[in-house]
Design a protein around this ligand. Structure first.
Ligand SMILES: Nc1ncnc2c1ncn2[C@@H]1O[C@H](COP(=O)(O)OP(=O)(O)OP(=O)(O)O)[C@@H](O)[C@H]1O
Ligand code: SF4
Ligand SMILES: [Mg+2]
Length: 328
């Protein structure tokens, strides 16, 4: 949608009208409610929004790892034109690794405490590639070195609890890139870490991306991270993308009232005049009880009567700048 590419080639990753639903006793929760975007090689897409808006479920849907009772009910996830949602599970297992790699939101629970980190990386490699144990172990040590872990030979033999949070996150990154994925999905890769370590991990992701030419879906609450790391940004609200454009366009000229509110709530980046953090008025939406029409209307300073009548679709309002709002 954003970057140029040869006319005939499909985008590297194209998500079309993706719907993921949790059928609960109280009703259906549409965690991902018609998400569409495309991502080209080497690009970084920031996926941003408040807690519960569907960022992780979008990522897990791409990987086909939505936990039950959640289910992907509609849409397409095309990697180089091939729809992953139609693949047999056996083929999908090969895609997880060499096609899509993911850094999960909770690094502490994603590593198994009873195996050494080296064996967990080696195991990930052997899941996808026919290599000997010895070769997989040697590659695991190389990967630990690549993600900046000192004394990788020794560290490979350690158990996760012996490593700091930042080191564990590096191990998770090593696992995610172990099969050189075309797209790396990083779900809040720095949220659990302190500020200096956050910067180191983001630097590492940038280096790896440049070295391997991966595209990245970077999920974060932090618009500062998006401004520094991403080429384009998709803003999510209640399971939908409500604005999508280049980082420059979104930061300089946000179109959707929700994006405008998010940007107002962010301390200014340059900080010569550090604005007070202004919370967005109103409640984060409850996906079980969404309003009719535009789901943002109870918090929107620009809402009018017509906003209750239709759920605004995501449309290109300016060149390569899409928003879902009837007043833009
Ligand atoms: N196990 C579950 N059972 C029922 N509903 C769920 C479950 N997991 C997620 N959901 C629903 O899906 C919605 C989206 O969840 P998701 O984890 O994708 O949010 P998120 O944007 O990643 O939030 P956060 O920023 O807190 O990580 C939630 O608001 C919730 O309603
Ligand atoms: S459609 Fe209406 S309520 Fe929704 S964002 Fe636009 S102005 Fe606000
Ligand atoms: Mg999440």
């Amino acid at each position: 949608m954003i970057a140029a590419r040869p006319a005939a080639a499909p985008p590297l990753l194209e998500v079309r009208d993706l719907h993921t639903v949790f059928a609960l006793e109280e009703g259906a929760v549409r965690a991902v409610d018609g998400v569409s975007f495309a991502l080209e090689r080497g690009r970084v897409l920031g996926l941003v929004g408040e807690s519960g808006c569907g960022k992780t479920m979008t990522a897990l849907s791409l990987m086909r790892l939505v936990p039950p009772p959640g289910r992907i009910v509609d849409g397409q996830v095309r990697l180089e034109g091939r729809d992953l949602l139609r693949l047999p599970e056996r083929e999908m297992r090969a895609v997880r690794g060499a096609g899509l790699g993911m850094i999960f939101q909770e690094p502490m629970t994603s590593l198994n405490p009873v195996f050494t980190v080296g064996s967990q990386i080696a195991e990930a490699i052997r899941l996808h590639r026919r290599v000997s144990r010895r070769a997989a172990w040697a590659r695991a040590v190389e990967l630990l070195d690549e993600v900046g872990i000192p004394e990788p030979q020794r560290r490979a033999r350690e158990y996760p609890h012996r490593l700091s949070g930042g080191m564990r996150q590096r191990v998770m990154i090593a696992i995610a890139i172990s099969c050189e994925p075309q797209v790396l999905i990083a779900d809040e890769p720095t949220t659990a870490l302190d500020v200096t370590i956050q910067a180191e991990i983001l630097d590492l992701l940038r280096t790896l991306r440049e070295r391997h030419g991966m595209a990245v879906v970077l999920i974060t609450h932090d618009l500062g991270v998006v401004a520094e790391q991403a080429d384009e940004v998709a803003i999510m609200y209640a399971g939908r993308i409500v604005e999508h454009a280049s980082v420059l366009d979104v930061f300089e000229h946000p179109l959707h009232p929700y994006t405008q509110a998010l940007l107002r709530s962010m301390p200014s980046l340059g900080s010569e005049r550090r604005r007070r953090l202004e919370a967005i008025p109103g409640q984060v939406p409850d996906l079980l009880h969404l309003l009719s029409g535009c789901h943002f209307r109870d918090r929107c300073p620009k809402a009018i009567g017509a906003c209750a009548e239709q759920d605004p679709p995501l449309e290109e309002k300016e060149r390569q700048h899409a928003a879902a709002c009837i007043r833009v």
